[in-house]
Ligand binder design. Structure first.
Ligand code: GMT
Length: 372
């Protein structure tokens, strides 16, 4: 098949998932064309069957806001026509689904019917998409897609709750390449972070408000009172400064490191003992799934789709949003005792296998085949 993939090229979960999907499809001999404004961060080195088309957005003194969506739709038309694509798969509704609708209409006039599949990822529905500034266009373009998928049952339900959707939404869970995340810890790296054998706690995100990163610091402050430990923050974003300020306020700077955006998550996860995800909402929580695949148990909130991947008392534990005390005591339950920790690590790794790339990518292929 010849497939166009449209996504955000950044470190966000939707872009990561879309990129990994494209790479997996290319390995299975499909021809994959990424259409984005920048090379996706996880795309890596050149691979046969993988193509990248950059969306150029010319500026003009008249434009306070250069019309990205128009440039995107035009690039879609160009790439679909010149590469004779069979279908277009857009990740994250805004503005990808509406640009795809526009491209589809243009191509229809020229006699080509291009099926459009829209995958909903989370904030395109629960936060940004619901804003009345965007909602009419989001609703319309989702309904005009030939197929709609959501990354969890929770996101599917949220979409029906907040938008007048007239079509079926199919749930295709996010996936992880289990093989890639099953890495042996690099001892020298572990020693640098935790020189005295301390437990290593980890949080990775884009530090948006909704991640509640201050709760991560507060949980760590409770944990370190009982268990010698270190906390690693991976990623960057608007709330990083607030989290750093809280570390200083609580005199925890010697035990917490902010390492910024990192591409080799598997190497970092390999040395971690516990992953913390304190979000107010996660449609799925791909970062938590990657942690589990690396054998790292998860303490998370029970918001959104997180209970669909983090199994209470099995792969980790959950707490209500903001309930720092509950999440702290559950964190201690996991890491206080070596045998208990090993049990959680093993079960987390085993559970992640059901979301393995080899199980989920065929679901997308089956969906695509329906439109050929
Ligand atoms: O969580 C973010 O801030 C990034 C966001 C995105 O759109 O890139 O992630 C969303 O999509 C991921 C991949 O499907 C999910 O794993 C995340 O849970 C979801 N984020 C939210 O729902 C907040």
């Amino acid at each position: 098949m010849r497939i166009g993939i449209v996504c955000y090229p950044t470190f966000g979960g939707s872009g990561v998932l879309a990129t990994e999907l494209g790479k997996a499809l290319a390995e299975k001999d499909h021809q994959v064309h990424f259409i984005t404004y920048q090379q996706p961060v996880r795309l890596g080195a050149f691979t046969p069957n993988l193509f990248y088309h950059e969306v150029q957005v010319p500026t003009y003194p008249l434009f306070d806001y250069p019309p990205y969506e128009t440039a995107l739709a035009s690039t879609m038309v160009d790439v679909i026509k010149n590469n004779n694509l069979d279908l277009l798969h857009v990740h994250y509704a805004i503005p990808h689904a509406s640009a795809a609708y526009m491209a589809k209409q243009i191509l229809k006039k020229e006699g080509k019917d291009i099926p459009v599949i829209t995958t909903l990822h989370g904030t395109d529905i629960t936060l940004v998409g619901r804003d009345k500034t965007y909602a009419p266009v989001v609703t319309f373009s989702i309904n005009e897609s030939d197929a709609i998928t959501a990354v969890s049952n929770n996101l599917r339900d949220e979409t029906f709750k907040h938008f007048k959707i007239t079509k079926e939404i199919e749930v295709i869970y996010n996936f992880v390449d289990v093989q890639r995340f099953r890495k042996k810890p690099f001892d020298a790296f572990r020693k640098v972070i935790a020189p005295n054998g301390e437990r290593i706690l980890l949080h990775a995100s884009n530090f948006r408000k909704l991640k509640r990163v201050q709760d991560v610091v507060k949980i760590f402050a409770n944990v370190i009172k009982t268990i010698p430990s270190k906390l690693l923050f991976v990623g960057d974003g608007p709330e990083r400064a607030t989290a750093e300020a809280l570390c200083r306020e609580l005199s925890l700077c010697d035990h917490i490191q902010f390492v910024g955006k990192q591409e080799q998550m598997e190497d970092i996860l390999a040395i971690a003992d516990l992953f913390l995800l304190t979000s107010e909402y996660e449609s799925f929580g791909l970062a938590a799934l990657e942690a589990m695949a690396a054998g790292v148990p998860v303490i998370s909130t029970n918001a959104g789709g997180l209970p669909e991947i983090n199994i209470e008392g099995n792969t980790g534990y959950m707490g209500n949003v903001g309930d720092v005390e509950e999440m702290s005591s559950k964190a201690l339950k996991i890491i206080s005792d070596h045998e208990t920790l090993l049990g959680f690590k093993k079960r987390a790794a085993d559970h992640a296998k059901q979301f393995d790339i080899h199980n989920i990518v065929p679901e997308y292929e089956k969906l695509y085949e329906r439109f050929l």
